[in-house]
Design a protein around this ligand. Structure first.
Ligand code: PMV
Length: 329
């Protein structure tokens, strides 16, 4: 359960934070030129209860931070840069030992940077007794990764572009029991990282301008669908928004194509499920994996169908949730 306490006299030396990945139903794709990692579009997501990063932060003597993370050097460097930024912003002395682990594949389009930077921001506040509000934690996490701003909350979450954008919760997960089946189509790392691909889309896709223009309407439709628990309406706008983002990505020069044959196999299967009366929709981020969203009671049978598809390596089934936890200190 979430807790962030202020202990003015107590100094902590170690905290453990678990934060969940999230998946955007209305996507953030594009950055503003000004500010620190400011999104050019609003976005709306659901937290994935069982896809988690666990991060232990310990204070250490010494002249540099130590990062234990089984990931490429670039991912470790992003953590070091983020710690430097936090140290500067809060005028903190000293260094940290960070041990971080994902219980799902890293850097393959499954939002590991979202849960990772949310866990770091929360852990930093906790170990230093900074007592930062969730709004500020969300702003900090956003600097590490745009989607991380949303993982500071569980449930249904949105971000609206603003001077120093932050996420807020639309509705708790319990108010609409949905499930997500993550279909793994590749264990390889992304061909092009999201920041680079966003820049490339803004610079070369003829559809980027339209992507930005029509975004507010998609947000309004999705928010309303969530509040009304209107699955069909949410399915319609979420798939449209996902395909529009990939439309802009595919039409870059040179083009970026994240999809694999197995990605398309899942998309077709979801359409067939819907035609035969099973409520489900798909969404895809900057990678080959497909996330299938459905009412919780349909998860088992849909998972059985998806995991049989050619090229699908395995699936992960989770409910919507994802409240961060500070599990030990
Ligand atoms: O948080 P980033 O910089 O990895 O970008 C996330 C981009 C998408 O996952 C494709 C969309 C989103 O809103 O999460």
């Amino acid at each position: 359960m979430w807790r962030l306490c202020y202990h003015p006299v107590m100094t902590k030396t170690r905290v453990t934070v678990s934060a969940a990945a999230n998946i955007a139903l209305i996507k953030y794709w594009g950055k503003l030129e000004k500010g620190l990692n400011q999104p050019a579009t609003a976005s709306l997501s659901i937290g994935l209860e069982d896809l988690r990063t666990t991060t232990i932060i310990e204070r250490i003597e010494g002249q540099s931070d130590v990062i234990d993370f089984n990931a490429p050097e670039t991912a470790r460097q992003r953590i070091l840069d983020f710690l430097d930024l936090l140290r500067k912003q809060y005028e903190v002395q000293g260094h940290f030992h960070i041990t971080t682990e994902n219980n799902f594949p890293t850097g393959t389009g499954l939002a590991s940077s979202a849960s990772g930077f949310a866990a770091l921001a929360i852990g930093f506040s906790e170990i230093l007794n900074l007592n930062l509000s969730r709004q500020v934690l969300s702003q900090l996490a956003r600097i590490g990764s745009g989607s991380a701003a949303r993982s500071v909350f569980g449930g249904f979450v949105e971000i609206i572009p603003a001077d120093d954008a932050f996420a807020s919760r639309i509705m708790p997960a319990e108010d609409w029991p949905l499930a997500v089946i993550v279909a793994i189509a590749s264990d390889g790392t992304k061909t092009v990282g999201s920041s680079e691909a966003m820049k490339h889309t803004a610079a070369t896709s003829p559809y980027y301008r339209e992507w930005l223009r029509s975004h507010v309407q998609d947000m309004d439709d999705a928010r309303l669908a969530i509040v009304d628990r209107d699955f069909e309406k949410l399915a319609d706008v979420a798939e449209h928004n996902c395909l529009k983002m990939h439309g802009a990505i595919i039409t870059t020069r040179p083009p970026i194509l994240y999809w694999l044959p197995a990605t398309l196999a899942v998309m077709h299967e979801v359409r067939q499920l819907r035609e035969s009366g099973t409520p489900a929709f798909f969404t895809i981020d900057a990678g080959a994996q497909v996330k299938v969203i459905c009412p919780a009671e349909h998860a088992k049978s849909i998972n059985a169908r998806i995991s049989e598809l050619p090229g699908i390596l395995r699936t992960i089934e989770t409910r919507v949730g994802g409240e961060p936890e500070i599990t030990a200190s």
